[in-house]
Design a binder for this molecule. Structure first.
Ligand SMILES: [Zn+2]
Length: 165
C-alpha cells in the first residue's frame, strides 16, 4: 500500500510508513470580526469591542457621508469563517480496513466521524467483502453534538431551540 499527502495539490513529505492520521486544526481567536477595521470582536456589557476594549470603530464611516456630525460609530460585525471548526482529520486503519473522516465542531476532544470499511471476506453473512458506511445519526448515544434531521442526509447541528450566537 502506498499513500501520499497533498496540501493544496502539492505532495507533502511523509515518513516511509503510510500515515495513519492526517489532521488540520483551526484556532479562531474570536467568532466575530469587524468588516471595517478587521479587528477580532468580543462581547462586552457595552456591546461588541476589540480585544483591547475599543467599542468605537477607527474605520467607522458615517451612513450619511463624510460631512456627518456622527464621527464615532460601532464596529460592523461579521462571522469569522471556519470559526465553528476545531479540527478535521482523515484516519486510516489497515487492521479494520477502514478510513474515517472526523470533523470537530463542539467539544474539541471529540468529533463527528464518518467511516467506510470493508466487511472481512471471511465473515458470515451477505455483507462479507462489501463496503459499509457509518455516519452520525439522530438519537445516537453520546453524540458529538445533537442532530435534528432536516431531510435525508442533512442535519441541523445542535439544539434547534438554542439562541443563535
Ligand atoms: Zn471596526
Amino acid at each position: 500500500m502506498f499513500a501520499a499527502v497533498y496540501i493544496d495539490g502539492v505532495a507533502a513529505p511523509v515518513s516511509d510508513d503510510m500515515p495513519e492520521r492526517v489532521g488540520v486544526e483551526y484556532s479562531a481567536e474570536s467568532l466575530f470580526r469587524c468588516r471595517a477595521c478587521g479587528e477580532d470582536l468580543i462581547s462586552t456589557t457595552e456591546g461588541l469591542s476589540t480585544v483591547s476594549g475599543e467599542v468605537d470603530c477607527r474605520d467607522f464611516e458615517p451612513p450619511d457621508g463624510p460631512d456627518s456630525d456622527q464621527l464615532d460609530g460601532p464596529h460592523d460585525p461579521e462571522r469569522v469563517p471556519l470559526s465553528w471548526c476545531n479540527s478535521a482529520a482523515v484516519h486510516s486503519d489497515e487492521s479494520q480496513d477502514s478510513v474515517t473522516v472526523s470533523i470537530s465542531v463542539g467539544d474539541p476532544r471529540g468529533a463527528f466521524t464518518f467511516t467506510i470499511r470493508r466487511v472481512p471476506d471471511d465473515s458470515d453473512g451477505d455483507l462479507a467483502g462489501q463496503l459499509v458506511m457509518h455516519t452520525p445519526y439522530v438519537g445516537e448515544a453520546a453524540p458529538h453534538m445533537p442532530l435534528a434531521a432536516l431531510h435525508d442526509g442533512t442535519y441541523l447541528i445542535g439544539s434547534p431551540y438554542a439562541t443563535r450566537a
